[in-house]
Design a protein around this ligand. Sequence first.
Ligand SMILES: [Zn+2]
Length: 612
Amino acid sequence: MSFEPSYSSGSARFIDRCRRALAEALKPPPKLTLSQWANRYAHLSAETSADAGKFRAFGYQNGIMDAITDPAVRRVTVMKSARVGYTKILDHVVGYFIHQDPSPMLLVQPRVEDAEDYSRTEIAPMLRDTPVLAEIVGDLKAKDSNQRILKRSFRNGASVAFIGANSPGGFRRITARVAAFDEVDGYPVGGAGEEGDQISLGIKRTESFWNRKIILGSTPTLKGISRIERSFAESDQRRYHVPCPKCGAMQVLRWSSLTWNKDLDDAGKTLAHHPETAHFICEAKGCVIEEHHKPAMIDAGRWVAERPFEGHAGFHIWAGYSLFENASWRNLVEEFLRVRHNPSELKTFVNTVLGETWEEQGETVEAHGLAKRVEVYGADQLPENVVALTAGVDTQDDRLEVHVVAFGPKEEAWPCQYEVLYGDPAQSKVWHELDELLKRDFFTESGRRLRIKAACVDSGGHHAERVYAFCRDRRTRRVFATKGASGPRPIWPKHASRGGAGGAQQVFIVGVDTAKDAIYGRLRIQKPGPGYIHFPQDDGFDDAYFAQLTSESVVTRFREGRPYRVWVLPKGRRNEVLDTFVLALAALKSLPFVWTGWIGWLLSRLPLRSRP
Ligand SMILES: [Zn+2]
């Protein structure tokens, strides 16, 4: 309201002002990016922030926020430590899609209690204290059925559903354009019960929107098991580069470049640490970068992707970049010095301060690297030095999965067919199809005909009796019923064991851990030759194949204080490809040596076995 006198043309001005106000009201709100919106409108509430008042983003937060509203980005992954201000980013997402681009939203927290807590302690104060949101929301205290803790609806069509990943039915009857998954590494295993993986369930709920947004954020946990790490690996992997204050070289801040002064004795042994001297060493020129340089560096930084962008923006950020007082470099060093001798505390430090996964001693193989090395060959075009083909068969409740592998001298391997035969193993149809597959002809490039020399069929599942019956009739073709056993034991046993009702059946115990050790060791071989595993450019050898083949990892566990190794399959991942490879390798080991050695190679070359 203006109190300036306006005697002469007051009514004209009044009309003009009304007209302008009306035009303003009819205009759609300006399309801002999320960072523009947050820096203009967002307000920090006293109960959620040490510095209540207007929000001002740290440099790295802007890039993350703008990816979320970038029309080219369908999915955003943020792998992060604590204390980088991620929760505020998530708050702003909610605010933005209420005010700027009213949309139905879905916000998933690890547990229902977390979801309630987030709605009550983060979102409610934001709706109350952010003026542009308060206008839309109206009175939060009024007994308004649109403002329930787990479902908030707004008069402009926006809504937010808050869901706990531990609630099996939580995703039913919800559709959302924006789905944000917070702390995904904290989602309980087994999660949504019978219905499967919580993230896929939530993503399904967005499928009717062409412009949907999927946002995953988390502090990572165990390497190879962490969901956020997996999602980050699929993204374009952006890291925040900042300029050295002395020489200007752009670089990533790494824990390994953070150092501090130490008092050493004559022998070089550390007598005392001085975390108050914590500083980074410039990776380009060795300049000393001190805490007081940090704000300007963070402001002048930029995100740099390490992989091509394909609609999925991934960000890694850790406490070393944070401008929060409790994340000073000195604090981080002090924390490290406190926990460094305790593996479990050190794990927490690595996860929550460095924002990185913790690697238990053990081995994993990267699926991505394997998928890149596919070659042109196939079941009808095998290399000439193949000496034996074997197959591994996994029995599931609704299908059989069959992996055919060709082996050359010194067990160089060419997987050449991966087949899923759908059907109920209690019925004979699917077994008939398996039989046909095991009898089929394979050919080398020159037309030499090869057949499967041995096959292992897993009898460990529900259909053991069917497996026994199938294998009993095909013993002359070296089709064996097998069962996996862990621990140190040979891949192929010296003798058959007895299985089935009354021990009437022959079953071979396969040393699966030994076989997996062998296969993972061979997957790391980079050059064709002994033990190397080739992959064909062929149907069945897609991303899912490589993901399953590399799905497991070895970890060290302790029982009564003694370490032991165990192969683990992360929850929600499948491993039939690896299991059937194990069985194909076991089948190879079942063959008498002469068949796989050079005599076998000569025998396999007899002219009567050519392509008809
Ligand atoms: Zn420098």
